[in-house]
Design a protein around this ligand. Structure first.
Ligand code: FAD
Length: 470
């Protein structure tokens, strides 16, 4: 049975690896081909190791409460390569009126879980803080309709919570406008909090109390922690590409064809004809498209125009990073945290910045501050590297007081890489899944469907492999 996986990002690699595992489990020799249009495997995951630096051009972490990425890393024997974030710096900042303000302890993405730190913060006005507390008494919303994340936060916690905290946090993860982003498809746990406890804050207070009872040590170790749930993030000693390199190494010899683009997909009887450039037409029994949704759209259009229309409707935004290295004495700010995010109302170019040498150990030589600015569609569109360089350094001058020239900079651009899950996304996904099921031997995965994070992509890739084998 010949299986072809199209796309060599983490989704496609996870699918190809799972096919290899399944074949081995039944003692078969896998007949597998993975085709990748670019010159490297890993898609947006790209790590460069040079002169004592670990430079991430794409993702720098994966979350572990979605277990599929970690489980795969363990199956690949990468336990000893896994590293956690550095405990002593676990806090973050948000820009407010041109200054870095610490995210209040216990504030988790959208809402506070503690009142003391909230009262003391300068980020919100008294009226804004009072409005947030109203979440405790506001009635829950009826009905199951999807809602935008922005509407949810405004309704439960008020406009300030959205504009000064949720919007920049969300932009830092999804590069998206919260007024368009589907709550159900991105952060359903907050929706469950409202449904089950009638209030987001009450749900968080209860979760904290439960945690304090069951694991007092853990609850204490959350002291001083703010922003994302940093204890849940991991990376690899030599960066995220460790994962995709290890996956690639486990594939059968000769199973990967780089610089090969799939341009056409047709069905003849129960077999598939895939046109490759270069390479011509290839026959296969099973095909997995592990591509951005707009790429899958053009391949499936001759098979099912409606499926193609759904795929083409999923918007993708550009995303990018700019790494900058400074000698520590060139940076006036103590950089005493993992980084900051910037609300759009602050009018800055960057969406945020990670203090990379603080977040993970051994990312830069001693005495070096390694910063990584995060850039979205607006900042990247129509700007060349020289202009980006100037604008990012201007933001860092304003926010961190850095006037010195960096030792070097490196920009990584990922055009149309971040799927945007608009309101109603999950209904669209369910319809697409129904339509794909009408084509035995075809499966779709990638970051356009049920999660953009690495663990979600791993899960989707592995599920696609299992589905076509079945
Ligand atoms: C800057 C950035 C930072 C991120 N940070 C994080 C993070 O910290 N943690 C996290 O969990 N997630 C993060 N993400 C999200 C996550 O990394 C991605 O969603 C995930 O890696 C996407 O993997 P993929 O395989 O689905 O797609 P991709 O990585 O886009 O791979 C798709 C592949 O298909 C190939 N291809 C396209 N068309 C064709 C064709 N016709 N024929 C053959 N090949 C084709 C492409 O060349 C590409 O290699 C980040 C993303 C970006 C861009």
């Amino acid at each position: 049975m010949k299986c072809v996986v199209v796309g060599g990002g983490v989704s496609g690699l996870a699918a190809a690896h799972r096919l290899t595992e399944l074949a081995q489990e039944t003692g078969e020799a896998p007949d597998l081909l993975l085709v990748e249009a670019g010159g490297h495997l890993g898609g947006v995951i790209e790590t460069e190791l040079r002169d004592g630096y670990v430079l991430e051009g794409g993702p720098d972490s994966m979350i572990t409460d979605k277990p599929w990425g970690l489980a795969l890393a363990r199956r690949l024997g990468l336990d000893s390569e896994l590293i956690g974030t550095q405990e002593q710096h676990r806090r973050s900042f948000v820009v407010h009126q041109g200054r870095l303000e610490p995210v209040p302890e216990g504030f988790q993405l959208l809402a506070p879980s503690r009142f003391g730190p909230l009262v003391g913060t300068r980020i919100f006005s008294w009226a804004g803080k009072g409005r947030m507390a109203l979440d405790l008494i506001l009635p829950r919303r009826d009905g199951d309709d999807d809602e935008s994340l922005g509407s949810f936060v405004t309704r439960r916690l008020g406009r300030e919570a959205l504009e000064r905290m949720a919007q920049p946090m969300i932009a830092g993860i999804y590069g998206a406008d919260p007024m368009k982003l589907s709550l159900q498809a991105t952060l359903p746990r907050f929706l469950d909090m409202e449904r089950q406890h009638g209030s987001v804050i009450r749900a968080m207070l209860r979760a904290r109390a439960r945690q304090a009872k069951s694991a007092p040590h853990n609850a204490n170790s959350q002291t001083g922690v703010s922003g994302a749930r940093y204890g849940l993030f991991v990376s690899f000693r030599n960066g995220m590409q460790t994962l995709t390199d290890a996956l690639a190494q486990r594939l059968p010899a000769g199973a990967v064809r780089l610089r090969t683009r799939a341009t056409d997909l047709t069905r003849s009887g129960d077999r598939w004809n895939l046109t490759l450039e270069p390479g011509g037409v290839l026959e296969a029994d099973r095909v997995i498209l592990a591509l951005p949704a707009y790429q899958s759209a053009s391949l499936v259009r001759p098979l099912d125009a409606e499926l193609a229309d759904h795929l083409a409707c999923i918007p993708y935004a550009a995303s990018g990073t700019m790494s900058l290295a400074y000698r520590e004495e060139q940076v006036p700010h103590p950089l005493d945290g993992f980084g900051f995010v910037t609300p759009s109302r602050e009018g800055l170019t960057i969406l945020g910045c990670t203090f990379t040498h603080r977040k993970y150990a051994h990312r830069a030589p001693a005495g070096i501050a390694l910063l990584r600015a995060f850039l979205g569609e607006q900042a990247l569109t129509g700007r060349d590297d020289a202009e980006l360089d100037r604008l990012v350094r201007e933001d860092l001058r304003r926010l961190l007081g850095i006037t010195a020239a960096p030792l070097w900079t490196k920009i990584a651009r990922h055009p149309r890489s971040m799927a945007q899950y608009d309101v109603g996304h999950l209904v669209r996904v369910a319809e697409m899944e129904r339509r794909v099921a009408a084509f035995p031997g075809l499966a779709l995965c990638g970051n356009g469907f049920r999660g953009i994070g690495i663990p979600d992509c791993v899960r989707a890739g592995e599920a696609a492999a299992e589905a076509i084998r079945a």
